[in-house]
Ligand binder design. Structure first.
Ligand code: ASP
Length: 324
């Protein structure tokens, strides 16, 4: 199996901000070949034999951690998994000390999830291995953004010109931020929708020169009107601290911002429904929609493995040019 000869001009994957349409498309195209591999009875290629991938997950994760591990194994890399409670950070070791000690064991790639925004970039500045950001605080979750783009492109045949609604707790969502960069770079128009209390003022500016492709909505119906893609987000209570409640009750939230058969009817008849998981059923997503014919949520998970294989391959096979 060959995976194309184009060089990926990045040494790390810290976010989708600043990645060109060509680089994003390179990852999406490569993931298609790995998706095909994942459908075979023998799901393994020797591509990363002899390489070491450390998955350092210092914040809760089910899908991302498992799919990075499966991705590394399907590429024949040696994968080592470390989680928060099983690591010395629970004994008070700093992130940088942990990272430097792991680097001393000469891994090729370190996949890092951390509750602090900027953690992946900090580690990348101090160790030699390629760093993949698997979610840093409220900042970015680039492989989620890529798997979302991959799922959208597969269903719609393109990303350019699509109307994508992202609904929910935008304020705390690294998924929304990665999609804001990735999808606008690929030409989509984004409608961000949330209550006033969960949609930071000036969020469209995150898209930089592409801010005119982003609109802000506080009514679900207006965000969904004619949308091609509807992406629902979980309310991230773990990032809200002890501050005042952002909305009166789950019931009230579901009534105003939840996706149900009634509200989905505002989107295009062939609109797809996405969610990065974990879902809070009955809050942001009605179960009949989550499990309905328009939902591509489990396909997102399947594509997540292929996207992570593509990233591990591009960064771990020694093709990076140390540009950033
Ligand atoms: N799994 C995603 C993340 O880690 C979304 C979420 O947790 O709601 O950001």
């Amino acid at each position: 199996m060959t995976h194309g000869s184009r060089t990926f001009p990045h040494r790390h994957l810290l976010g989708l901000e600043g990645l060109s349409a060509a680089s994003l498309t390179q990852v999406l195209d490569l993931a298609e070949t790995f998706l095909e591999l994942s459908e075979r009875p023998i799901k393994k290629v020797p591509t990363l034999r002899g390489r070491t991938v450390i998955n350092l997950f210092l914040e809760a994760s089910t899908r991302t951690r498992t799919s990075f591990e499966i991705a590394a194994k399907r590429l024949s890399a040696d994968a080592v998994n470390i989680s928060g409670s099983g690591s010395s950070t629970s004994k008070g070791e700093s992130l940088l000390d942990t990272a430097r000690n792991l680097a001393a064991m000469r891994p090729d790639v370190v996949v890092l999830r951390h509750h602090a925004s900027g953690a992946a970039e900090l580690v990348a500045r101090h160790i030699d291995a390629a760093i993949v950001n698997a979610g840093d605080g409220t900042h970015e979750h680039p492989t989620q953004g890529l798997l979302d783009a991959s799922t959208i492109r597969h269903h719609k045949g393109r990303i350019d010109g699509l109307e994508v609604a992202i609904v929910g707790d935008i304020e705390h969502s690294r998924v929304a931020r990665s999609n804001l960069h990735g999808l606008t770079t690929l030409g989509a128009r984004l409608r961000l929708c949330a209550p006033f209390t969960m949609l930071p003022h000036g969020i469209a500016a995150v898209a930089g020169e592409r801010h005119s492709q982003v609109s802000v909505h506080h009514r679900l119906e207006s965000a969904l009107e004619g949308a091609d893609v509807v992406m629902m987000l979980r309310i991230q209570r773990e990032r809200m601290g002890d501050g005042p409640a952002r909305f009166p009750s789950n019931r009230e939230y579901a009534r105003q911002f939840g996706l149900s058969p009634r509200t989905l009817a505002y989107a295009k008849a062939d609109a797809i429904v996405m969610h990065p998981g974990p879902i809070n059923r009955g809050v942001e997503l009605d179960p009949t929609v989550a499990d309905g014919g328009r939902s591509v949520i489990l396909e997102q998970v399947t594509r997540g493995v292929a996207i992570r294989m593509a990233i591990l391959y591009l960064l771990g096979a020694g093709s990076g040019s140390a540009e950033d």
